[in-house]
Design a binder for this molecule. Structure first.
Ligand code: FAD
Length: 494
């Protein structure tokens, strides 16, 4: 191991050892990157990992629909080449020439087209399990499970992290230590890093909290064999300020649907049969209700409440220990309804790769702080999207955060974008690219989009446009499909 205060990789790096705290999405992706730079990578998780794709205690969020954005999928394929084919071969849902996802925005259903490329979909636990299996095959990577990291080890002057303290869960609660050249915190939303920093004599990071009081209720269904092929999945957003109910159906492996109802600002979807269906019925579009009424439920309904968007500004701290970094939800945890968490973790893994590569070429003593600055950049756009949208609701509480200047103006412009996206494929694709993190939110201000949005708005104002802005527009299922489903005997007839 390098001597005190030498920058990472300044010598003998090929013999190095990296520890990752947390073996969930952020931890797996980080460990995959680290395995290119360190001889040994140890992933420690307090959970025991299942032998086959299944939910696990340490990631209870997998009971709720997890959409992987296109950008996230691209990065995961880049880090684990061939993983998409592997997921498909093991049962992931796969289709061509389909509308992958119908999107019913607060302004109504957005225009969408069938795509010729393969659309592949899977549950979170299915993907997590498969990428963990791939990671386990990497030379030098090992997992320590059922073991909780309780503390960071440091040099006497506390300038540098030298390893971790961990408690084996179970019979004897044995405490052990493990030395490392780099420790990565990927322990999620409830990370202890702020407390550890304070105990080591550092300041706690400034935090922004935007409390949206989100509630989820979810269940798995068998996909009805002859369900109309109008889309593969669907998202129905809430309609501020009056309808806080959202819902989604994601197609997943083995011909199933993962169905989640969501509620904003303290409106929590019920977890009983009748209440769950009534919530679906009260969505702004009837398509999810009609779909699940005829789909066979295969699990009970599970609830989840997650109060806040939280961003820890580690990059703003004046002092930061060497050989320690944090990423994933431990830095920034979003209101999950926008589906950004896994993709932001994937962007963090790319940032880690870039930082380590540069460090290898030109070692610098502030590698860790540079990395935290990069992570802060990767979370900026998704944070803006999630919190900007949340702040449309009454009753959202802010701590350490201020609504950005011009937010009302931005909301008004986004309303016009969505109105236009109902009719205009160029605008709806530009919007989808932002949601999928393929483009920045600023791209919606590009003249190519701006001109169409303002021309469409003027057209609607002066009566030349095909639709009235207050008209909810067509539903996500065609009238024929809805009539057809309504005629069927359902599993539920509430
Ligand atoms: C209800 C819900 C729905 C979501 N939906 C989506 C979605 O649609 N799309 C999307 O991209 N994201 C979604 N997310 C976010 C997504 O789950 C996370 O962003 C993603 O899992 C990455 O998080 P992570 O790996 O940083 O942390 P986590 O997934 O929370 O994992 C942390 C890991 O660290 C372990 N751990 C914690 N503390 C310790 C310790 N002291 N010692 C050892 N191990 C420890 C835990 O056991 C766990 O395995 C959703 C989240 C929630 C809550």
């Amino acid at each position: 191991m390098a001597t005190n205060n030498q920058p990472l990789f300044s010598h003998t790096w090929t013999k190095g050892h990296a520890i990752v705290i947390g073996g969930s999405i952020a931890g797996i992706l980080a460990a995959q990157v680290l395995s290119d730079y360190f001889a040994r990578v140890t992933v420690i998780d307090r959970d025991t990992f299942p032998d086959a794709p299944a939910h696990r205690k340490g990631a209870p969020q997998s009971h709720h629909a997890h959409g992987l954005l296109i950008r996230g999928h691209m990065i995961i394929e880049q880090l684990f080449p061939g993983i998409t084919a592997e997921l498909r071969a093991n049962g992931a849902s796969s289709a061509r020439n389909v509308v992958p996802l119908a999107l019913v925005s607060p302004a109504g259903k957005l225009r969408s087209e069938k795509v010729n490329d393969e659309f592949i979909a899977f549950s979170r636990y299915f993907m997590e399990w498969h990428i963990r299996q791939r990671l386990a095959k990497q030379e030098g990577v090992r997992f320590i499970t059922n073991c909780e990291v309780t503390e960071l080890l440091t040099t006497a002057d506390r300038q540098r992290v030298t390893g971790i303290c961990m408690r084996q869960r179970g019979a004897d609660d044995r405490i052990e230590t493990l030395q490392a050249d780099l420790v990565v915190d990927a322990s999620g939303r409830h990370s202890k890093t702020p407390e550890w920093l304070v105990r080591m004599g550092y300041a706690a990071p400034p935090e922004e909290n935007i409390n949206s009081d989100i509630g989820y209720a979810s269940r798995f269904y068998a996909r009805p064999a002859d369900f109309p092929a109008e889309w593969e999945g669907i998202i129905i957003n809430g309609r501020p300020p009056h309808n806080p109910r959202a819902g989604l159906i994601l197609p997943i492996e083995h011909n199933r649907w993962h169905v989640t109802m969501g509620g904003f600002a303290g409106h929590y979807p019920p977890t009983d049969e009748a209440g769950f269906l009534q919530w679906a019925r009260d969505l702004a579009d009837p398509s999810i209700y009609e779909a699940i009424r005829v789909a066979e439920p295969i699990t009970p309904i599970r609830g989840y409440r997650t109060p806040e968007n939280r961003l820890r500004h580690f990059e703003r701290l004046d002092r930061w220990p060497q050989r320690f970094i944090a990423m994933g939800d431990s830095v920034c945890a979003f209101n999950p309804i926008y589906g950004q968490g896994m993709t932001t973790s994937a962007l963090g893994a790319l940032a880690l790769d870039e930082s380590l590569h540069q460090q290898l070429l030109r070692p610098r003593s502030d590698f860790e702080r540079q990395f935290q600055r990069r992570i802060a950049q990767t979370v900026a756009a998704p944070w803006l999207i999630a919190t900007g949208e949340d702040l449309r609701w009454e009753g959202i509480r802010l701590r350490g955060a201020r609504p950005r200047l011009g937010l009302r103006l931005l909301h008004n412009y986004m309303n016009l974008v969505l109105q236009q996206a109902r009719e205009d494929l160029v605008v709806s694709q530009a919007y989808a690219n932002v949601l999928h993190m393929l483009d920045t939110p600023e791209s919606l201000m590009h003249p190519r989009v701006l001109i169409r949005v303002f021309a469409g708005t003027l057209g609607r104002l002066f009566g030349n446009a095909p639709s009235n802005p207050n008209d909810p527009g067509p539903f996500a299922l065609s009238p024929e499909a809805i009539a057809n489903l309504q005629a069927r005997k359902g599993f539920h007839n509430v």
